[in-house]
Design a binder for this molecule. Structure first.
Ligand code: ZN
Ligand code: ZN
Length: 247
């Protein structure tokens, strides 16, 4: 399986090591057709890119898109954080209470994931917060519903590393994701779904996207672990950024 696009890469704007341009050059080197710079969004207490820095990143990515237009498609992404059921830090008009960068929209790709470094604002995310630190268990159905409600409201394209840090109920998540047209990521840095979970998700109609979650340029376009997981689970034909699937 050949993956043609990497929608999940980080840079030194957050806790990554390289510049956006180094990620783009690495992607060209690997022969990718598309790359997104998809930094952590503003609600992440430690890595969130917000305010002027996010605006600067937006300008930098737009400039790279123009500079390398003949070689690769460069997209502005954002990896958003689940804050509560129906709430994340993606840009949404009228959400002035969070550092969402609404004036910087539209983003080309929005990812949504649960991360530890985000203050939980409701019962579902408080449960997730406890589970992520090994202090208890969240209700996996509520976690799945929280992700889906949020994905729907903010027009999220893909859920990053589902079931990393906190388990989500796969039938609920996969059925909802299929209905909404939201992709489930098979994350090559930390494969968060087991082969059994991937197969189960596929049986409920889910489709998948493979992302590197690179935090250094050398990891951009590095997908081996995710490819192996997809092949082992026999869901490779459902990976939308594999060659033959991408339009
Ligand atoms: Zn993440
Ligand atoms: Zn990430």
């Amino acid at each position: 399986m050949i993956i043609t696009a990497d929608y999940h890469t980080h840079t030194n704007y957050s806790h990554g090591k390289g510049t956006p341009e180094e990620n783009v050059l690495a992607a060209i080197e690997k022969g990718l057709r598309r790359i997104a710079i998809s930094e952590h969004a503003g609600a992440h207490l430690f890595y969130g890119v917000r305010g002027n820095r996010l605006a600067r990143l937006r300008r930098e990515v737009d400039a790279l898109a123009r500079r390398y237009a003949n070689e690769i498609e460069v997209l502005m992404g954002l990896e958003c954080n689940l804050m509560a059921a129906g709430k994340c830090d993606a840009p949404l008009p009228g959400c002035a209470d969070i550092p969402c960068g609404a004036d910087l929209a539209p983003f080309d790709v929005l990812l949504l994931g649960y991360h530890k470094g985000v203050w939980p604002e409701d019962a579902a995310t408080r449960g997730a917060f406890r589970e992520s630190f090994g202090l208890g268990h969240a209700n996996p159905v509520k976690v799945a519903e929280a992700l889906l409600e949020t994905a729907n409201r903010y027009h999220i394209g893909m859920l990053s590393h589902p079931c990393e840090y906190v388990q989500a109920d796969i039938p609920t998540l996969a059925r909802g994701a299929a209905e909404l047209g939201v992709l489930l990521e098979i994350n090559a840095s930390h494969v968060s779904l087991s082969p059994a979970q991937l197969r189960e998700a596929a049986s409920y109609g889910a489709k998948f996207v493979i992302g590197s979650d690179a935090h250094t340029p050398s990891r951009v376009g590095t997908f081996e672990r995710a490819i192996r997981a997809a092949e082992e689970a026999q869901v490779a034909h459902l990976v939308v950024n594999a060659e033959g699937f991408l339009t």
